[in-house]
Design a protein around this ligand. Structure first.
Ligand SMILES: [Zn+2]
Length: 250
């Protein structure tokens, strides 16, 4: 049975509007920067949401408020590099005591306003994911699917619920986007986050990201990957986000 067709899912790089929700100012670029650049270049409406200010994303003698300001500037530069023209900051404190429900409360009005076909975020169910901002953000995005389809959010029928949800950094990917032509743009956007990536480790990490992308292309794009680069996602219908154990293997 073609579950994807049954649920009306389509290719991630074939949507007209997409919302990318990231826990920290650089996660979208690392997880989906090539896909964002590709969609923006195709004329898709791409909106980015950043949940926290990233103020604790460093070690050493750094003032958290200064780091938050610096990361905001880096975020603007990265969005410009990717072609993102609309960006929303929810303003929660990095590693703060906010709850998943707090994020849901702020995200639902954003979703109702933009009404994207797909919402993309980090996979909160990736094994060993220990960062609370990633877990809370990913789960909050998924919870929006449940809330939007309930009386909690008053809507005149038919209720708006995104057609699809896509999770990057997933251990269970089931879809990929060919981002070969946009790889240099992705790298440029990542490098805009100097506070995070102007480090001795970056060349090795960059090589690893490219290795991952080549392996993903081999697995998902056919023809042995043909030297191409891909970003992978767990693509799910809202229906698969509740009472659907097969979602893990779909
Ligand atoms: Zn992060």
């Amino acid at each position: 049975m073609d579950l994807r067709a049954l649920l009306g899912l389509k290719a991630l790089d074939d949507v007209q509007s997409a919302l990318f929700v990231q826990p920290h100012p650089d996660d979208n670029e690392v997880g989906a920067g090539g896909t964002i650049a590709k969609l923006a270049a195709k004329g898709c409406r791409v909106v980015a949401v950043t949940v926290t200010d990233g103020r604790y994303g460093a070690v050493g003698a750094v003032d958290p408020a200064d780091l938050a300001r610096r990361r905001q500037e880096e975020l603007v530069a990265a969005c410009t590099a990717l072609g993102i023209r609309e960006h929303i900051e929810l303003g929660f404190e990095d590693l703060g005591s906010y709850t998943e429900a707090d994020v849901v409360e702020k995200l639902v009005p954003v979703l109702l306003d933009i009404r994207p076909e797909v919402v993309v975020t980090v996979d909160p169910w990736t094994p060993y994911e220990a960062h609370p901002d990633h877990v809370k953000t990913g789960r909050a995005v998924a919870e929006c699917a449940i809330r939007l389809a309930s009386l909690i959010v008053p809507q005149t029928p038919p209720a708006y619920v995104p057609l699809m949800f896509a999770f990057y950094a997933s251990a269970y990917p089931n879809a990929a986007v060919d981002v070969t032509d946009y790889w240099p743009t992705k790298i440029r956007a990542i490098e805009a986050h100097e506070s995070q990536f102007a480090t001795p480790e970056w060349p090795a990490l960059k090589a690893y990201l490219e290795f991952q992308a080549r392996e993903a292309a081999k697995r998902f794009l056919g023809d042995g990957g043909d030297g191409r680069l891909a970003e992978t996602f767990k693509l799910l219908s809202p229906r698969q986000l509740h009472f659907f154990p097969d979602a893990i293997s779909s």
